[in-house]
Design a protein around this ligand. Sequence first.
Ligand code: PSV
Ligand code: MN
Length: 424
Amino acid sequence: MRIEKRQIEQHNDGVYDEHALRLEQLLVQRPSARLAIPLLEAFQVAIPSWALGAGGTRFGRFSIGGEPGNLTQKLEDIGLLHALNRSSGAVSLHIPWDIPTDPEAIRALAQSLGIRFDAVNSNTFQDQPGQKHSYKFGSLQHVNKAIRQQAIAHNREVIEYGKVLGSTALTVWLSDGSNFPGQLNFRKAFQHVHESLSEIYSALPESWRLLIEYKAFEPNFYSMTVGDWGQSLLLANKLGNKAFTLVDLGHHLPNANIEQIVSLLLMEKKLGGFHFNDSKYGDDDLTVGSIRPYQLFLIFQELVEGMNAQGMNHANDLAWMIDASHNIKDPLEDLLQSVEAIQLAYAQALLVDTEALESARISNDTVLAQEILQDAFRSDLRPLIAEVRRKKGGALYPLQLYRNLNVRENLIKERGIISKATGL
Ligand code: PSV
Ligand code: MN
């Protein structure tokens, strides 16, 4: 299914007056909000190829019907999102869940939908059918060199797939670690990971980046070999200027101050990418902004401030991606909500009066500093985001149009009620 331009125009015509009024009220109250529009227009969030079907937990998985059964259908789903919001114009592939068997056709399809290829992800956390060695006790950290070599070869292969599609980054997330005290020599495990990553790093094309994702827990529960930003940064520093840390919001211990982590990584020029999701307990992978929107805003405030301090381009210099799972919601609806939550937090961060904030800090005026931040956070910028979508040819209210067009029902008709997307 494709959403036609005329369907979007018809929807926009129907709700335009109401939108125009809301926008006008906002711009009267906050004239400076207009300045955020070009930045918001340029901002795109990549959709992971594994987040288009029903997720689930180890207790069960409930299909939502009409799930994309192959990479072509996944791109078509992202095409639907992008047609609606004009801000989801990138896909991040996970290999081997989504091997592009016909790269030419995949490239052409992506191009026709306005989608580019973001970072490619390797997978050495699962054993694949026919694989010679098992990753039960780790991959790049493994005590057995042959197993490390197999994992290195896989990462090199992923780079090759990425090259054909036009990606320019490899994201490595390792489940390596240990479940019980005594199981692992921490130092040797870390050194093996470093050596293995060096081999992968040497296979990176000149313009590529290596993004090293960390995670504090799961699937290993005693130690994770790349468990926090310190370990990731240590590796990135040792590897060289093409290696960066990737922050996934769900990968920290409870109550970690992620905004501070972001600030320091940017200061060190070592923040490379971001995986958005939300959580109450751990790596819950819930809709972005659904649980802790204020934290998301504070993170964006540091991102904007830190990127500006480094003269970075907000849209292109970091890899922005959603990494969520959809247990009970329609994934496409969930992703529309997530993208909007990201845009809202970004827009609010752009509104922060940074000069006033800095002077409040210099005079130790804690109350005023809080007022300045919360003034931006508490402003309702939804009309601004809707306007950005409209200007780019998207829908003023994407979720409403998605439902009016019965997209899920149409996908079920096309693909069947029992379909399963590849992924976790
Ligand atoms: C691991 O929890 C992770 O965040 C990594 O990014 C994986 O590649 C992704 O989720 C998919 O399982
Ligand atoms: Mn992730």
